[in-house]
Write a protein that binds this ligand. Sequence first.
Ligand SMILES: Cc1cc2nc3c(=O)[nH]c(=O)nc-3n(C[C@H](O)[C@H](O)[C@H](O)COP(=O)(O)O)c2cc1C
Length: 347
Amino acid sequence: MTNLGSLGPTGPARLEAAARSAMSGHVYDYIATGSGVEETLAANEAAWRDLLLRPRVLRDVTTVDTSTTVLGTPVSAPVLVAPTGYQRLVHPEGEVGMAAGSARAGSLLTLSTRATVTFEELVEVSGPWWLQLYILRDRGLTETIVQRAAAAGARALVLTVDTPYVARKARRTPFPPDVVSPVLVPELQARDDKGVWQDPGVTVADLAWLAEISGLPLVVKGVLRGDEARACVDAGAAAIWVSNHGGRQLDGVVPTATALAEVRAAVPEEVEVYVDGGLRTGRDVLRALALGATATFVGRPAVWALATEGAAGVHDLLVSLRAELEEAMALAGCRTVAEVAPDLLHP
Ligand SMILES: Cc1cc2nc3c(=O)[nH]c(=O)nc-3n(C[C@H](O)[C@H](O)[C@H](O)COP(=O)(O)O)c2cc1C
């Protein structure tokens, strides 16, 4: 085992506290907030901790390998970066810093449609990346974005489906849009107010269209039910991403740790299933793998890391989570990601 650093037991809270002191109160609130009364925000983290591990012992764990692949792309660990908008709000490097830190850690980045850098700036430093997309009311513009992303080297499209409208946030204070705008798609700047440009009329019938115009594998993000996951796969999705938007859309929904097993069971084994929401430690990642996730994504922790130390902070966070996962795998008797199985969880 490598002896990489670790966040330590209080690490996630410390990271958030450090980030909080590096930004204004309204930017902190924009990132930290959930929707409604933040029931889901709280439930996401708690649901991982409620899953008790049943370690295997007397296995030869001299070598432990956290590496795996997502849609054929090799990554150093199943700990990847979720899309979050407006990253230049928290650090001048913005998405470029996120991409550089992620690349150096051997991870994979998902770029938000609401990115504050251009594709050209991103690809200079980025490792493998996917584009997160909303289908816009303007289908022609949607097509343009998708084709620009494909030409710039995106390896997959992630369609976010839990946001037909942007939910009311518990703590959000508005920030001036002229400070930081979604420059990825300049056409969106003029229309960037409350859900005006996201099409609430999107249905499962649009998935095949998206896959066809991009030529890229399609990941559907924001699924919490087995039947819906199955319908997306039948309509052409290559992978399903179990997510409740980090507790920022419908409040009171099932935590992702609880939804994951149902989704995993509903889709064929060869379909990759990802999960995000409240994952804060390498042990949480192990729990997600035991429930059948192919990989996990972190949202807020990556933003806190970017805010405190830019690309270096993102790198350190991902390496720490990888080291924690490596340790947890060893202590649970798993040498490879493939050896992590449901029997590691107390029924
Ligand atoms: C500040 C912020 C901005 C986000 N922006 C987007 C976005 O543009 N597109 C999207 O699909 N999800 C977005 N998300 C949701 C994340 O991709 C992810 O699902 C969530 O943050 C995971 O939960 P976690 O923050 O507990 O790790 C955002 C989340 C946060 C906290």
